[in-house]
Every structure is written in C-alpha cells, then in structure tokens.
Design a protein around this ligand. Structure first.
Ligand code: SAM
Ligand code: SF4
Length: 333
C-alpha cells in the first residue's frame, strides 16, 4: 500500500505540484426534498433539526474565507428546486461575488436542477458545480435511492453542467453495503469517461436514522478498513486521472484525526475547511461522527494550515485553484 500511495503522490507532484488548494465550505441549509437512503438530512428524517442560514451569516462566512485568502468557497445545501430557493442561491452567489470584489471563486453543490437554473446560477457568478453521481452503476444506484430518484436525470445534469461551461465535479461514496470492487473500478472509469475536472468522493459513514442503516443493522466497516479503502480510491484516481482536482474530504477526518493529511499523501490536492457557523454545522448532520462541529472557522483554518505545512506542502492562497485538467481544455463553446 505504501508503494501505491508513493506512486500516486509522485503523479500528483508531477501534474499539480506539492500544493494544496482550500475551498471554504458553507453548509447553507439542511432542508431537502429528497430521500437518499444513506443521508442523515433526508426529507424523511423527522428528527433532523432543520435550518437555513441567513444571507448575513452566509456573507459573514464568505468574508471570512476571503480574508483568510482561501480563494474560493463551496456553497452546499440539501436539494430544493422551488422558485424561492433558486432565487436565494442566485442572490447569495451575486452577494458573495460583490463582497469579495469578484475575487472569490464559487462552487455550488445544491443537487439536481433544470438547465435554466444551472444557467441562472452560472450567470450570477458560480463557476464550478459538484454533483456526486454517488454510484456509477445504475442498478447499484437504485439500491441506495427511492424509485423516483433517477440515475439518468443525475447523469443528464452532469452533461448539462459541462455544456454550460461549469468546471464539473462528481464522485461517489465507497464502503457502501452491497458495493463490490467491480463497482468501484466502474466508478473510476466513469470519472474518466465523464471527463471530470474535480473528484469529490468519500467513505460512506452510517447514520442510524436512515433506511440504509435500518436495512443493514450490522453493517459498518471498521474505520480502519474504510480509511484504507478511501486512500486506495484516492491513489487509484490520481494515478488514473492524473491532472484533476481531488478533495481530501471531511469524512476522511472522521475516520482518523490525520485523515485529511493521509488523503493528501495518497494523491489528493484540495481541502474544504468548514466556514459554516458552529450551530448550523452541527445540524448539517449527514453521518455520525462528522468532525469539527464544535470548532470555529478560525480554529479550523489554523489547524488545516498546520496540517498542510507539516507534510511539506504549500497552500495556494488567493487563487481559484482550477485543475490543470480544466485549464488544458478548449473552452470555446
Ligand atoms: N444535496 C446535494 C447532493 O446530494 O448533491 C448536496 C449536498 S449532499 C449532503 C453532499 C454529499 O453528502 C452527497 O453527495 C453524499 O455523497 C454525501 N453523503 C450523504 N450522506 C452520507 C453518508 N452517510 N456518508 C458519507 N457521505 C454522505
Ligand atoms: Fe438530500 Fe443530498 Fe442528502 Fe440526498 S444526499 S438526501 S439530495 S442532502
């Protein structure tokens, strides 16, 4: 395994450099109209305490990220597609651009939307979109979602985002009940086939108040197994895809206190420090043991900068941190 990580790290250094980009994560709201079987903030979880950040607190979080020189933010939310939500996100994107003199880059991760909505949000100033396919095998996808959650609609959304000129990010979870090595190999092939610019994938972590946990009461990979699986997937993705951005996710840190460093050393190059105010962060309860809920954005920033420096890497400040893969594409549409 050490050899695998070393090769992946070498590929990362060659294509990306010994550099890490930060994206300030803002968990805007946990209201969601969907019912993914694995997710703690699914509509059907009546125990989830719902919140929506006020525009002022979103701007405060974005201003913090800007002042901390993160260069870009990710605005993430449970999925809604009503008119009010579409307008809220549009206003927030415009507001974040304005407060940062157009300097902050904005990634959205707000689920499946119509082409019109994606276009509106792009016109407002968003330039990247993260929409995990969750499982690239349609039959396996169906085991993780209710019948009205359509794999092909999600796939179409990814194609639309590309057509509109967004930097396209997707990814999967791994360590899911019923998932095989073949599924994960297919996932890697899917990333290549979809010509993705960024990969945001992470371990599945059980949330007890979800149908997936109820269907598999005894299922929970040991943290150690899940950590190794995560590192393997990051390393294989880096070796296979070479010049894309790969995130070392918060879920990794919930498996091991140094999980994010380990992800970087296995080939990842992006970290998403959480800028959500602590009270909301706690309620954005996707899975058990989600770390850092009690930490302030300032504490998170200091901790992460140390993490990166400790492994001899440099943080890219005040830049959007686009992947070389995106930069190499022809952007004339
Ligand atoms: N609602 C949007 C969507 O689904 O694309 C964005 C927010 S959603 C909370 C972001 C990601 O959280 C999902 O793509 C999913 O992979 C991940 N997630 C949800 N439940 C999880 C769990 N139990 N373990 C690990 N990741 C989980
Ligand atoms: Fe909603 Fe996203 Fe969770 Fe699915 S994964 S229930 S769409 S927040």
């Amino acid at each position: 395994m050490k050899d695998l990580y070393a090769v992946a790290y070498e590929v990362k250094c060659r294509y990306i450099g010994k550099k890490v980009s930060f994206r300030g994560l803002i968990e805007y709201s946990n209201y969601c109209t969907k019912n993914c079987y694995y997710c703690g903030i699914r509509k059907g979880n009546s125990h989830a305490e719902r919140y929506r950040m006020s525009p002022e607190s979103v701007y405060e979080a974005a201003r913090f990220a800007w002042k901390a020189s993160y260069g870009s933010v990710v605005l993430q939310s449970g999925e809604r597609s009503d008119r009010a939500f579409v307008e809220e996100i549009e206003t927030l994107v415009k507001g974040i651009k304005k407060l940062s003199n157009n300097e902050l880059g904005i990634t959205l991760s707000c689920g499946e939307q119509t082409e019109e909505t994606f276009a509106r949000w792009k016109d407002a100033g968003a330039h990247r979109y993260l929409l995990r396919i969750e499982a690239s095998d349609p039959a396996f996808y169906r085991t993780l979602h209710p019948a009205d959650h359509d794999y092909y609609r999600r796939l179409e959304c990814l194609k639309t985002l590309r057509k509109l000129g967004y930097q396209n990010g997707s990814g999967v979870m791994f360590g899911l009940p019923g998932q095989t090595v073949q599924h994960m190999v297919k996932d890697l092939l899917f990333f290549k086939e979809m010509d993705l610019d960024m990969i945001g994938m992470g371990p599945y972590v059980v949330h007890t108040e979800t149908p997936l946990a109820a269907s598999y009461p005894d299922f929970a990979l040991h943290k150690e197994e899940l950590l190794v699986l995560s590192m393997k997937m990051i390393a294989c993705a880096r070796i296979f895809l070479k010049d894309v951005n790969i995130a070392s996710t918060t879920a990794l840190q919930s498996l091991h206190p140094s999980g994010r460093e380990m992800g970087l050393l296995a080939g990842a190059n992006v970290i998403m420090p959480n800028c959500t105010p602590p009270a909301c962060k706690e309620a954005y309860d996707l899975y058990e043991g989600k770390t850092g809920a009690e930490k302030t954005p300032e504490e998170t920033m200091d901790e992460l900068k140390n993490t990166v420096e400790n492994i001899g890497e440099e943080v890219i400040l005040n830049a959007w941190g686009d992947s070389p893969h995106y930069a190499a594409k022809d952007h004339t549409f």
